[in-house]
Design a protein around this ligand. Sequence first.
Ligand SMILES: Nc1ncnc2c1ncn2[C@@H]1O[C@H](COP(=O)(O)OP(=O)(O)OP(=O)(O)O)[C@@H](O)[C@H]1O
Ligand SMILES: [Mg+2]
Length: 522
Amino acid sequence: MLQTGAIWGFAGMTMPSLMVVWALYKKYVPYELQDYLEKYVVQIIALISYSVHIKFPEYSGEGLKKSQAYDAILNFLSSKSTARAQRLKASESKNSKSLVLGLDDHEAVEDVFNGVRVKWSSSVKKGENQSGSNERMYLTLSFHNRHREMITNTYLDHVLREGKEIGLRKRERKLYTNNQSNDYSSWSKGRWSSVPFDHPATFETLAMVPEKKEEIKKDLIRFSKAKDYYRKVGKPWKRGYLLFGPPGTGKSTMISAMANFLDYDVYDLELTTVKDNSELKKLMLETKGKSIFVVEDIDCSLDLTGQRKKKEEDDEDEEDEEKKKEAEKKLERERGERESKVTLSGLLNAIDGLWSACSGEKIIVFTTNFVDNLDPALIRRGRMDNHIEMSYCRFEAFKVLAKNYLEIESHDLYGEIERLVEETNMSTADVAENLMPKSDEEDADICLKRLVKSLEEEKVKARKLAEEELKKKAEREMRRKKKKAEEEEKKKKEARKQKKAEKEEKEAEENGDASHENGNNI
Ligand SMILES: Nc1ncnc2c1ncn2[C@@H]1O[C@H](COP(=O)(O)OP(=O)(O)OP(=O)(O)O)[C@@H](O)[C@H]1O
Ligand SMILES: [Mg+2]
């Protein structure tokens, strides 16, 4: 060990002179001869030092595709290079937010794994082909022959795994949306388009009951760390969430918070633009791991409500029936315009396909305003494992909003607000809007007073609405009773009529018989 250290120390001292020789060699010795010489020099060095070298080119394969292993190794080495290498190369990351430092060309860095010392060095090879000169980058791993088995079996796995994880953490996260089915038939675009995902929502800013929030966070953490557990119980590493609740209660915000919490990409599927079931399946299968697959307002995207509607209709009176039919016709027209032929069974199949065919962890989220309208098959556990209700803003949620928007944790108006939010159904979005200062002059006091006023107005409105609803219900009930009484009266009338007719018929028959007998007697 001491000997190796001494050799490398010596190499460090003579590095500048070696570099000059290297530069001269690269400049004046022809490429073909360089290749030839390097091959033999490497072989001679290997013979003397018993060292083994593994080369990882930047581009490999027939079409010279960028090697994923090369990228993973670069990621793995980047922190070690920053800490230990003398010459670094800086490049801009894709999102231009920071510089990425890596090994410079012809630079080396050491790594120690399980007590074994290895060396990584980077090299660049200049070459010429018909399309001009080009540069090819390589990374070379060198280690002593006696560690060959451990390095090739364990160390390389470790490097690639770690490198991939670093790459995922560093990557710019994306929000994918599906292209119109007709668009990608031209092959110019893929099935998905993406933009950088940069939503600021987090669980800290999400307004909901803290215990519920903690529960969801724990569930997500348990899921993201449960690779081995899922494998052990024979389940694909996926989890489904159903978020339901009235508009503006934070369902979409929750999805962004989840993505930020887990560091996942988001695939936002617009189901109405998907041509048919087979397109849907292909779209789902083209998603990558570490992502959240979202279908918003699932009840509006598909006709999942047929059976239930029928049942409800039976209970309604004629007037409501007409309204419903009109609404259905409208929905039908809209669906026709969208030309989507995705069916419920298609969606179920696609989800099950996604569950079984895609590698990597994945979360699927459906949101809806009307959970009762969804088909039970769609939301059964196993498909949608966790059902989360996002309710109207209550006091606990209000406190989170007040802290976020006004940076306060208590106020004289809190008591009144607590009473009002518990009595009123105001969406979190509306409460947040009231709390947001509209100018620099507006302080917490003004914003809270505005909220109190809105809540009171909302309460009056809700009371009026409830009264109207009661009145309507009573009127409906009256109409129903009247109709029933009329129908019964009609039935009775008809029965009486029928009876009378039967009586008359009988009498006529009897009269007829009597006159016949009289005739015979004559
Ligand atoms: N629970 C919440 N916590 C923090 N902000 C919220 C919450 N709910 C709503 N908001 C605010 O209201 C806005 C609208 O909320 P969001 O889009 O998440 O509602 P939604 O439940 O998805 O509504 P819809 O059913 O109409 O899609 C958000 O941009 C956010 O500012
Ligand atoms: Mg939403």
